[in-house]
Design a protein. Structure first.
Lengths: 127, 127
DNA sequence: TGTTGACCTTCCAGTTACTGTAAGCCCTAT
DNA sequence: ATAGGGCTTACAGTAACTGGAAGGTCAACA
């Protein structure tokens, strides 16, 4: 199947699918005309990538997960470990964002937001 | 003052301070030897940038905030608006991360995490 | 005075994960 | 035969730095 259909089935943009071939994440055979020719298994892997990416796994993570996915001898522990590390990363990010939000909220609340030039937000940022 | 001291006072890495000069965010005069020569006001702006960046403002946001900061005729409303948009951005990111975390948590909990090869995480990702 | 070592300069490449664009085949239908 | 759409590659650009190489400058010490 051509790249367009593989893209549609996997939910990824064509450009991204091509990119994943370039970096050898999912590399289909080529048809006689040079077109990429995706099979069901490759589409499956593309879907896998789409889902894993949207869960915040980096392409490096994905490469690991994909090789685990294809390795009949992997242990479920090795997969669980990657996922657990990712959860910890997310927790750190959540804490950072919450703190940022709290600070911004304080600033916004203290700013009268009218046409006068004095602004507590800028004053605070400048300190 | 030389770049090293400006960096230390502002809390930014030297490389970053140089970068901010390159993109004309904070561009000091040059001494006769060609060295960057920072004054107190520029250090102040660097601190401002450090703080704004850590609150999640993009360099583009920062450029706006900085010009508002220096504009005696700005209104506080214009600043408040930028901050409010940023809070909304953060809320969206928070929601996304929470959803990611929940999914990952479910996966991790359902995975026995031992030496057996079958793994619900990979099964789920593959679907 | 010579020399070391820290500090400064510019320029270039690399990072992440794509996205956009241009030039140019290929295929199908009319 | 030609028009359109889809496919190819290659290159540039994005955000915000970071690292490294090659080389100029400065202050201190022997």
């Amino acid at each position: 199947m051509n790249i367009r259909q593989a893209a549609e089935l996997s939910g990824l943009p064509v450009k991204t699918v091509r990119f994943y071939d370039e970096i050898e994440l999912v590399s289909p055979e080529r048809a006689s005309n040079g077109y990429r020719d995706y099979n069901a298994n490759e589409v499956h892997k593309l879907k896998f990538l789409n889902r894993a990416r949207s869960l915040g796994f980096s392409l490096d993570d994905c490469r690991q997960l994909l090789s685990l996915y294809e390795d009949q001898n992997r242990t479920s522990a090795s997969v669980k470990e990657i996922a657990q590390v990712k959860i910890n990363d997310i927790d750190i990010k959540l804490a950072e964002l919450k703190s940022m939000r709290a600070t911004l909220k304080t600033l916004v609340n203290s700013c009268h937001g009218d046409s006068r030039p004095d602004c507590p937000i800028l004053e605070e940022l400048g300190r």
